[in-house]
Design a protein around this ligand. Structure first.
Ligand code: 4NP
Length: 154
C-alpha cells in the first residue's frame, strides 16, 4: 500500500497551512486511513519559525473537536521536494514561490483550491488579513476531503 506524504504550504505557516495539515490528518483518522498518510506544513517566509499556530487556527480546530497540539512553524526547505509526494499551496503567491524553488510540476505542486473547483474559490484567503478562520476551515475541510478521494483514502 502506498504511503502518501503531503506538505501544505502558505506564507507564514501559522494560519492556513497548519489548519490544512491538522484537518487532513483528522479526516484520514476518521476514514481509518491515517497510517497511509503523512500530513505536514511549512511556510515560504520563515517569519514565524519556532512559533505555535495562530490563536484563530488553534481555536477553530478545538471548536471542531480536532487535535491542535504539538505544532511548530517552519520554513519550506530545498529537501522538501524529494521528501513529499504532493506540495499543496494556499494561494498563487505561495505557488509562485514553490515553483521558483522547485520548478513547475503541476501534478505534484498545485493549489488546494484546484481540488475544489465547485467552491468558486481560486485560493484560500489569508485569515491573517481577513480574520475569517471559519472560511479557512471550510476550504481546508472541502480540500482535504477531495484530496482523500483523489488518493483513494476516503
Ligand atoms: P498564513 O498567514 O500564511 O496563512 O500563515 C499569515 C501569517 C503571518 C503573516 C502573513 C500571513 N505575516 O505577515 O506575518
Amino acid at each position: 500500500m502506498k504511503h502518501h506524504k503531503i506538505l501544505f504550504v502558505c506564507l507564514g505557516n501559522i494560519c492556513r497551512s497548519p489548519m490544512a495539515e491538522y484537518v487532513f490528518r483528522h479526516q484520514a483518522e476518521a476514514a481509518g486511513t491515517a497510517h497511509r498518510i503523512t500530513s505536514d506544513s511549512a511556510g515560504t517566509s520563515g517569519w514565524h519559525d519556532g512559533e505555535n499556530m495562530h490563536r484563530g487556527t488553534l481555536q477553530k480546530l478545538a471548536a471542531q473537536g480536532i487535535d491542535n497540539s504539538g505544532f511548530t512553524s517552519s520554513k519550506v526547505k530545498k529537501t522538501d521536494f524529494d521528501a513529499y509526494d504532493f506540495i499543496i499551496a494556499m494561494d498563487d503567491s505561495n505557488l509562485a514561490e514553490l515553483e521558483r524553488l522547485f520548478g513547475r510540476h503541476p501534478e505534484k505542486i498545485f493549489k488546494l483550491t484546484d481540488l475544489i473547483p465547485e467552491s468558486g474559490y481560486t485560493h484560500v484567503p489569508d485569515p491573517w488579513h481577513t480574520g475569517d478562520f471559519d472560511e479557512t476551515y471550510r476550504l481546508c475541510e472541502a480540500g482535504g476531503k477531495a484530496l482523500l478521494k483523489k488518493l483513494g483514502l476516503a
